[in-house]
Ligand binder design. Structure first.
Ligand SMILES: N[C@@H](CCC(=O)N[C@@H](CS)C(=O)NCC(=O)O)C(=O)O
Length: 206
């Protein structure tokens, strides 16, 4: 398997899942800042020009965080990253969709790529503030949903890897204080060897 990722992008959650699985894989960095995602070579792999992209061993490609995470969770069942119980599965999917479609795409993308929403540089602060409000509402919702549980749905699952990347953005990239339950979740994640290795491999830890 080959993961196309960018250091600190949402792909970091998939990177963690591949470490949790423990099978050999290749991690290929994509230089988003210099526009490598727009090159014909990358578009031939993922026409959406985004990371994460997972190329499987038969050369077929999976894109979109929730789909890649679901694939990993189901294909490597022995890693126990996707629960067996139906209600837990529904909670996992509900959490991943909310993170990917709302907290990430509507919230954090406004903060990190304001010009995607308004090309006028004079509107940048307004767009970023709107993004922060959406992200914070999302994190508060996820915090309440987590409550005093350690993981989103029973044991550590693909949903916790999705929660990881938004917590990483809020706590590490923006340097803000996570709500209490998410702060505890973030601490539990940071105790996992998979997370420690990926943070190191992507250049965020010594
Ligand atoms: N809906 C996609 C979003 C992926 C996405 O937006 N990735 C960002 C990095 S976090 C990206 O590749 N941005 C490059 C660009 O927009 O040019 C998913 O869930 O995988």
């Amino acid at each position: 398997m080959k993961l196309f990722y960018a250091p600190g992008a949402c792909s970091i959650g998939i990177h963690v899942l591949l470490e949790e699985v423990g099978k050999p894989y290749e991690a290929k960095p994509v230089a988003l800042r210099s526009g490598e995602q727009m090159t014909p070579e990358y578009i031939a792999i993922n026409p959406k020009s985004k990371v994460p992209t997972l190329v499987r061993d038969d050369d077929t490609v999976v894109t979109e965080f929730p789909a890649i995470a679901y694939y990993i969770g189901r294909a490597f069942a022995e890693a126990k990253l996707f629960p067996a119980d139906l209600d837990a599965q529904v909670k996992v999917m509900e959490t991943m969709e909310y993170i990917a479609a709302t907290v990430h795409m509507q919230g954090f993308t406004r903060i990190f790529r304001p010009t995607n929403f308004n090309a006028d540089p004079a509107k940048e602060d307004e767009v970023k503030a709107a993004g922060l409000a959406i992200a914070e509402k999302g994190l508060a919702t996820l915090d309440k949903q987590l409550g005093d549980k350690t993981w989103v749905a029973g044991e550590f699952s693909i949903a916790d890897a999705a929660l990881f990347f938004v917590e990483f953005w809020y706590a590490s990239r923006l340097g803000k204080t996570l709500p209490a339950n998410l702060a505890r979740h973030w601490a539990a994640l940071n105790a996992r060897p998979s997370v420690q290795k990926v943070l190191k491999d992507e250049g965020f830890a010594a």
